[in-house]
Design a protein around this ligand. Structure first.
Ligand code: HEC
Length: 455
């Protein structure tokens, strides 16, 4: 009598046809000669996508997508949920790592000429996948609803609204109204957890189906040439793929554990002093825009990037050179290198331009409405432009000036009642009067300062 487990396995194998599938996709597959490390990047990106889905699920269980609650739900997730801080860190750095890997994967495909016939559609689906991942990055960025999220999204949507036709409509559709607000957050959330992941899964299926159908491009051979058999897919190449994926996940985990994902103070749409910067992968585009001031703006924000995208998408159709060796593709090599140098230096230049605002602390978690009002007043009245605040973990917020003699807020010792009079007339040469504030506003400031005072 067969062992019950073996019988069960035979049953499943027979119904699902797993052994045939395994033989076809893994054990029986021979890759073309020359396949090695460069061909592992797509798999590593796929691994990160799985990581993003898992960590994203964890975040979604606790995230509360409304402007009143989003920010605090992220803070509670990081502080009180086991592994919350690491989960958010993995999701944050995983997104960047995924973009880097996709970029390298696309460069590999470009320089090896792997987009050429018969893989034109694989290339197109791949580009669309890249677009989805950028969209996921852009929409996910808003969700924590901190200062950076709010103002960087404004910059991004403003770029999108530069389109000569329908720019205004694009802006309205993204905002869900005339300005960035509660509707925007709702829309970005739906795009981020539903629309874009579904689109990505569909495109991924098409992309991988094409990869299976046409196989790995034999490196160095012209279009149409049959490659010689090289390494087995399994276990020779799968081992390499697993190693690279493990390395990448390791780096992401290291960053998540060491640094955690950044979070600034809660978004204050009324803040006029905030000097926004987009996320690093948009810095190149942001920098490019600076070369096109005034009426030329739509050239940098719309025409150049979009013409480039069209040129990229049509590449397999106008590049009729059948050669894949770089020596025999001087034009492609030159343009590819030119692109690479431009995007790296634009991003580098963009990163040199540091924002000109000081950091403000987050509000105390679980603060009463009065304390939160006091906190917002302290931010809006510019108290942090003279006074620093050092929190109990030694983090310093506010403008740190050398010659400054304004005391640190942690060292204030006035009671809320005393603050009402003090702010009305500080009797100081430097500290301004805040007599335009109502007494209850000055009291709220006092209540906030009492809460954050060093114990
Ligand atoms: C232009 C710079 C500046 C701004 C803006 C400013 N302060 Fe001050 N503040 C000072 C200086 C300087 C002192 C020290 C007193 C002095 O030199 O006269 C001071 C003193 C104080 C003190 C007394 C500290 C103590 O130990 O008793 C409090 C409280 C205070 N500030 C609160 C505030 C609040 C609240 C705001 C915002 C509503 C604010 N300050 C905005 C410069 C500033």
């Amino acid at each position: 009598m067969p062992h019950p487990l073996r019988a069960f396995r035979a049953f499943v194998d027979d119904r699902l046809g797993l052994p045939e599938l395994r033989a076809k996709l893994m054990t029986g597959k021979i890759l073309p000669k020359g396949t090695s490390w460069p061909q592992t990047l797509g798999y590593a990106a796929l691994t990160l996508f799985v990581l993003q889905m898992l960590t994203g699920l964890g975040l979604a269980f606790h995230y509360s997508p409304s402007t009143a609650t989003a920010y605090d739900s992220i803070r509670v997730f990081e502080r009180s949920i086991p592994y919350g801080k690491i989960t958010r860190g993995l999701h944050h750095y995983g997104a960047s790592a995924m973009l880097i890997l996709l970029f390298l994967h696309a460069l590999r495909v470009f320089f090896q000429g792997a987009y050429k016939k018969p893989r034109e559609l694989t290339w197109l689906f791949g580009l669309a996948l890249f677009g989805c991942v950028i969209g996921l990055g852009f929409t996910g960025y808003l969700l924590p609803w901190d200062q950076k999220a709010y103002f960087a999204t404004k910059v991004g949507v403003n770029m999108a609204s530069q389109a000569p036709i329908g720019g205004h409509e694009i802006q309205q559709a993204l905002y869900g109204g005339p300005d960035l607000g509660p509707n925007t957050l709702g829309r970005f959330y739906v795009l981020h957890i539903l629309v874009l992941p579904l689109a990505l899964l569909g495109l991924l299926a098409l992309h991988l189906f094409q990869v299976q159908r046409h196989g790995i491009t034999p490196p160095g051979l012209p279009v149409g040439a049959r490659g010689e058999p090289g390494p087995r897919y399994h276990p020779t190449h799968t081992l390499k793929e697993a190693l690279v994926a493990l390395l990448v996940v390791g780096v992401v985990a290291y960053l998540a554990i060491q640094h955690g994902a950044p979070l600034e103070a809660e978004a204050d749409p009324a803040d006029l002093a905030y000097d926004p910067r987009p996320e690093w992968y948009f810095l190149g585009l942001f920098q490019l825009l600076k070369f096109f001031p005034g009426s030329l703006e739509s050239l940098g924000a719309f025409w150049l990037p979009n013409l480039f995208l069209v040129a990229l998408a049509l590449l397999p159709f106008y590049d009729r050179n059948p050669e894949r060796k770089l020596k025999k593709r001087p034009l492609a090599l030159g343009l590819g290198l030119l692109f690479l140098v431009s995007i790296v230096s634009l991003t580098w230049l963009g990163a040199q331009d540091k924002p000109r605002h000081y950091r403000t602390p987050p509000h105390p978690l679980g603060a009463s409405p009065e304390v939160k009002r006091g906190y917002l007043l302290v931010r809006r009245e510019g108290c942090f432009s003279c006074h620093t605040y050092t929190d109990d973990r030694g983090e310093v917020y506010g403008e740190t000036k050398e010659e400054d003699d304004a005391p640190d807020m942690a060292d204030f010792d006035k009671t809320p009642q005393e603050m009402v009079d003090f702010l009305n007339d500080p009797e100081s040469d430097i500290m301004p009067n805040f007599d335009h504030l109502k007494p209850e506003e000055r009291l709220a400031i006092g209540r906030y300062l009492e809460v954050i005072r060093a114990k």
